[in-house]
Design a protein around this ligand. Structure first.
Ligand SMILES: Nc1ncnc2c1ncn2[C@@H]1O[C@H](COP(=O)(O)OP(=O)(O)OP(=O)(O)O)[C@@H](O)[C@H]1O
Length: 742
């Protein structure tokens, strides 16, 4: 995002865009080039428009503009653009069909620039629309349909795309797609619908086909098991949504369990696994897989499930064959690893032809699963297998295109259960479904029947939970009041200089002392060279643990208040204080020093590191130097610098020199922090309003904090605007799933 003082609207700038000249293809391309120059568009976005024009010189200017904007919006996480939204920029009077008008009202900025960027686009759109003989959506659709670059489809055509050439662009029901995303969307919708529908016939008669083909269990038996696995409920107590989630998940091959942090999603799934295991005939070897988008989230999932099962086992040792259940629970993996990502290729080992050998798959932090990954996962998972998606639908969606969990959980808040589901839930849990969650006639989609939202946070009772709630409700003034209330949990730093953030990082604040101080101290307490490998590993664990207690999260990547600026400032301050030593002078690569926290930015399955993994550069345990000795034992050579990662209790490390795609991680983006929690989390908002700062971003930042949260916002207005700004990603998935009436 540029913060330059930018020139005004387009017509003042370019000879191609004088108001009385019709904006032809050359004029539009020149204008797009100007926007790219100003940082409002990426070079990549411009390149798509230029490529189209080079390949098809007759391309209409409207299509060139739409293609560049489609590429730009794709980079902002949208799977498509809604042409009606674009046309609405030109003139409120442009006819927009009512079903699309809702989306038009919710669009955010189209260009990565301040108001002059938006004005430039509106102005160009107004002129394009004014020049058209028959302005409006139908005219644009006709123009696009005439281009060999665009295939036009009626809404809901199956994933094959029907007949016709594989054009790069695709227009369906007023939405313009890059073909790739359209195909992924169709696949996700088809797979979801197939899994919430009736079970397929066994394909091979193999023993595991019986897993999902078994008739639904007897609700009385389910209820008896739920009573054993959950804390006893008082007669007449209201519905326990955790039990309801288990009941719903038992009924189908796909279940979505959503809820804020600490609402017991993992607690519930651990009991659900025990329940499925208990109801399974002992002859059927149930294969359970656990996965999450990042290594850390996967390790956390496994740890929480193990802990919950241990608790159950201690309380009721004779209830189940706990050892067998533990054996069935494989190690948790990242989704990339589960799917068999290979080095140097996007190709995955598992796909529809080489499906995963799994009967029940649990995916945590599903809000981070983007469209492409979800499509790959659903393609590779046999339809007879059970899939449980866990996540917080209110969190930020992935950086990549798609907001799949949000789209799938469209009905989660309202419930919208049909009478069948309500009856099943009541029979399995012993409590009636509260009337407000019943669907109105015709409203109960098949997907809603398989979705449960957990509503009570078991972790956040205090100030952080209340703040998160106010933000989620869009109530900026209550959120600000909570931030200013006395107490150690919350604080608001309104320092107009980044120096205040630096102090927080190095010392913490009143009520949340420390910052990175305890980490730096642990780093300095390296065991002596004579220490054993075990002692060295224990030290690495201590340092990693100390690092994970505090984190700076930024809305922006660039600038003094972004990840890049704050990382630089922290490194400089630490060097000045003599707390880090490194770079070329210490015989290390320029960027490396002991204690450097790094985040992996590209999957490398050969090294076993995945995008988003955070590790610390620490020297390996010293090794005896060959051929040397002294009276006090063999001399030891300092170990090489390795980057250490913790997956729960497991440590793994990679030579720092082999990790090419990493960035320093004293500060990281809120996006990349998903799936992690820190004792004290600091959220740094930009000094001026910025479309990147949204309600979902603020909510995600706050809910990363375990016990202390600090907001850094020089202007309270920036926080207020962010809380009011909801992101809605353009996607055709809700439309594709809408035909799922029960
Ligand atoms: N019904 C319950 N009774 C008692 N304790 C519970 C119950 N549900 C959850 N908890 C406890 O609340 C805490 C949070 O639960 P859990 O970790 O399952 O939540 P979560 O939704 O998975 O959280 P996150 O979003 O952070 O992953 C845990 O300590 C768990 O043991």
């Amino acid at each position: 995002m540029t913060t330059l003082n930018l020139p005004g609207p387009a017509q003042d700038q370019s000879p191609h865009t004088a108001p009385d000249t019709p904006p032809d293809a050359a004029a539009v391309l020149a204008e797009l080039a100007r926007w790219a120059e100003l940082g409002w568009l990426r070079r990549l976005d411009l390149a798509l428009a230029r490529w189209l024009q080079a390949e098809l010189p007759d391309s209409p200017p409207e299509l060139l503009l739409a293609a560049a904007l489609l590429a730009q919006r794709e980079g902002r996480g949208h799977s498509c653009i809604v042409l009606a939204d674009l046309l609405a920029l030109a003139d409120a009077a442009v006819p927009v069909p009512t079903d699309l008008a809702l989306q038009a009202a919710e669009v955010d900025e189209w260009l990565d620039g301040p108001e002059p960027a938006q004005q430039a686009l509106r102005s160009l759109m107004a002129r394009l629309v004014a020049e058209a003989s028959a302005p409006g959506l139908a005219h644009w659709e006709a123009l696009f349909a005439a281009s060999p670059a665009v295939q036009v489809l009626a809404p809901g055509v199956p994933e094959t795309g029907g007949a016709g050439p594989a054009t790069p662009l695709l227009l369906e029901g007023g939405r313009l797609y890059l073909r790739r995303h359209w195909r992924e969307e169709c696949l996700v919708a088809a797979e979801v619908l197939a899994r919430v529908g009736p079970a397929p016939m066994p394909a091979s008669g193999a023993v595991n086909d019986l897993v999902a083909e078994a008739p639904p269990p007897d609700p009385a038996e389910v209820r008896a098991w739920l009573d054993r696995l959950f804390t006893p409920r008082e007669p007449g107590a209201p519905l326990d949504w955790q039990r309801a989630a288990c009941a719903v998940a038992l009924r189908g091959r796909l279940a979505l369990i959503t809820g804020g942090p600490g609402t017991g999603k993992t607690y519930t799934v651990a009991r659900l696994l025990a329940l499925v295991f208990a109801l399974q005939p002992p002859t059927v070897p149930l294969r359970i897989a656990l996965a999450a988008p990042t290594g850390k989230a996967a390790a956390r999932l496994k740890q929480s499930i193990d802990l919950a099962l241990q608790g159950l086992r201690q309380a009721q040792p004779g209830l189940l064959d706990w050892d067998l259940l533990a054996q069935r629970l494989a190690q948790a993996h990242t989704l990339h690893k589960l799917l068999g990502a290979r080095p140097d290729t996007r190709h995955l080992r598992h796909d529809a032809r080489h499906p995963l050998e799994v009967d029940l798959l649990v995916v945590d932090e599903a809000s981070m699963v983007h469209l492409e990954l979800m499509a790959a996962l659903l393609a590779a998972l046999p339809r007879r297998a059970r899939l449980l998606l866990l996540g917080d639908k209110d969190q930020l969606a992935s950086v990549e295109a798609g907001a799949v969990l949000g789209d799938l959980c469209a009905d989660a808040e309202a419930g919208r259960y049909g009478s069948d589901t309500a009856g099943w839930i009541a029979a399995c849990t012993g409590a009636p479904l509260p009337a407000p969650y019943l669907a109105a006639p015709g409203e109960a989609s098949a997907l809603a029947q398989q979705t449960v939202m957990l509503r009570e946070s078991r972790r956040f009772h205090g100030a952080i939970g209340q703040l998160a709630q106010a933000v989620n409700a869009g109530d900026a003034s209550v959120a600000l009041q909570r931030l200013q209330a006395p107490g150690p949990e919350l604080a608001h730093l309104a320092d107009p200089q980044p120096g205040g953030v630096l102090r927080l990082a190095l010392q913490g604040r009143a009520g949340a002392e420390g910052g990175y101080g305890p980490f730096l101290q642990a780093l300095g307490e390296r065991p002596p060279p004579s220490a054993s490998v075990e002692d060295h590993a224990a030290w690495v664990r201590r340092v990693l643990g100390a690092f994970d207690r505090f984190r700076l999260l930024c809305a922006l990547r660039e600038g003094d208040w972004g990840v890049a600026g704050l990382n630089r400032a922290i490194e400089q301050a630490l060097r000045q204080r003599g707390l880090i030593h490194g770079g070329a002078s210490a015989g290390l690569g320029n960027d490396w020093y002991e204690g450097r926290p790094v985040m992996v930015t590209r999957n490398d399955s050969a090294l076993g590191v995945y995008n988003g993994d955070v590790g610390l550069a620490l020297r390996a345990a010293p090794t005896p130097a060959s051929g040397q000795g002294s009276g006090s034992g063999p001399a030891r050579r300092a170990g090489p610098l390795r980057v250490w990662f913790a997956d729960g209790d497991q440590l793994r490390s990679v030579l720092a020199s082999r990790l090419a795609a990493v960035e320093t991680a004293w500060a990281m983006t809120v996006h990349k922090s998903q799936g992690s929690e820190f004792e004290h989390t600091v959220l740094v908002l930009p000094p001026r309003a910025n479309p990147v700062a949204t309600r979902e971003l603020v909510y995600t930042g706050i809910t990363r904090a375990r016990s202390r949260f600090t907001l850094v916002a020089a202007q309270p207005a920036v926080f207020e605007q962010a809380v009011r700004r909801r992101t809605r990603r353009a996607s055709g998935l809700p439309m594709r799933l809408a035909g799922t009436a029960e």
